[in-house]
Design a protein around this ligand. Structure first.
Ligand code: NCD
Length: 365
């Protein structure tokens, strides 16, 4: 059984097949409306959501399937102390596929390890958000007619923005792309991503100047400063409102520079830009539902998919070692009892936690 933990779980061919299926669904919206009859999707959302949860649920309903759900941290036995592993084992008895959102990195992987049905990561802390990337890919493909050969601006909270991490993972696989990473220095993308881009020979620059970047990019991916990930509220206040894109500012950009945003927005895109044809963020929300339909169809057709819980996002083999431990307080590893501690060695020889991808050290005696 194949889970979707990060976008790198799918090859570019698999991504293209999902995009092609989505484009077909848009042309013939009723094509699959009985395909999931008798099937159930469970949505387990331990963090707030509007688009992701409702688009998953709408997608399943439009495929003829049904939905069961838990919302809010207080809505399930996890608050009684149940582990995510036991939750997954239990929900596997009631549904055919699970979409989970949780504040800890690696939470979807923790569930996948004990689930009898496919797990879809609908956002694990500030780590990954692969189904948002599916929405982003379809949007770029429909608006630009291609996924490569683009100068991609990404602006805002590149440190905690999980949509950004999965987007870079995806867009760095298409030929001819380059990146302009725009953020305050406190919110720069984790070094893992710049190292990866460097190694792959993909051109990128890091800057805090949105105005300077605007004239040279083909698309701009705006993001919200992720208030809920800050330990110090004063730090959030200091950085909030740093980038505000409005109609006047967008005059600096080319006529075909599309603007995406995973939404929700706070103040980083002014509503005076909404009617500009380059503003595609609400189309992007629509595209999210269509790609989730394509994804559910793929996962429920899934006999041929091999299990992928034994590989890292870059395809390295996982191993177990009791002398190692992950100390990342934002990782599921440091919270979940009885978790199967797994690691992998990356291409530099650095040992990383399989759940949060952070480097680990030998456990202290
Ligand atoms: C994003 C998320 O939850 O990471 N929203 C979404 O799923 N569309 C972005 C955000 O919350 O800023």
């Amino acid at each position: 059984m194949k889970h979707l933990l990060n976008i790198t779980d799918y090859s570019t061919e698999e991504l293209q097949a999902l995009i092609d299926k989505a484009v077909f669904i848009i042309s013939d919206p009723w094509a699959y409306n009985h395909s999931c009859e008798g099937k159930k999707l469970a949505t387990l959302f331990f963090e707030p959501s509007t688009r992701t949860r409702l688009s998953f649920e709408a997608a399943m309903l439009e495929l003829g399937g049904r939905v069961i759900s838990v919302t809010g941290a207080g809505g399930s036995s996890v608050t009684k102390g149940e582990t995510l592993a036991d939750t997954a084992r239990t929900v596997s008895c009631y549904a055919d596929v699970i979409a989970v959102r949780h504040p800890l990195a690696g939470s979807a992987r923790a569930m996948a390890n004990s689930s009898a049905i496919p797990i879809i990561n609908a956002g694990d802390g500030g780590h990954y958000h692969p189904t948002q990337t599916l929405a982003d890919l379809l949007t770029v493909y429909r608006e630009k007619g291609k996924l490569g050969g683009l100068r991609i601006g990404i602006c805002g909270d590149l440190l905690y923005g999980r949509t950004v991490h999965s987007l870079i993972d995806a867009m760095s696989r298409y030929e001819g792309n380059s990146f302009v990473l725009i953020s305050p220095k406190e919110l720069m993308v984790p070094p893992y991503y710049t190292e990866k881009l460097g190694e792959l020979g993909i051109p990128f620059v890091q800057t805090d100047d949105l105005d300077e970047a605007l004239p040279e990019i083909d698309m701009l991916y705006m993001t919200r400063i992720q208030r809920e990930r800050f330990e110090d509220p004063a730090q959030y206040e200091k950085l909030a409102g740093r980038y505000i894109l409005d109609a006047a500012r967008m005059k600096r950009a080319s006529d075909d520079c599309i603007v995406l945003h995973p939404l929700p927005r706070v103040d980083e895109i002014s509503t005076d830009f909404d009617s500009d044809p380059r503003a595609v963020y609400f189309t992007q929300a629509f595209n999210g539902k269509i790609m989730r339909k394509a994804l559910i169809l793929k996962l429920l057709a899934g006999k041929e998919h091999p299990d992928n819980t034994d590989l890292s996002p870059e395809g390295e083999k996982l191993f177990r070692d009791d002398t190692l431990s992950c100390t990342n307080s934002r990782c599921v590893c440091t919270h979940e009892r009885g978790i199967r501690k797994e690691f992998y060695t990356d291409r530099h020889g650095t040992v990383r936690c399989a759940y949060c991808d952070q480097p680990v050290t030998a456990a202290k005696e």
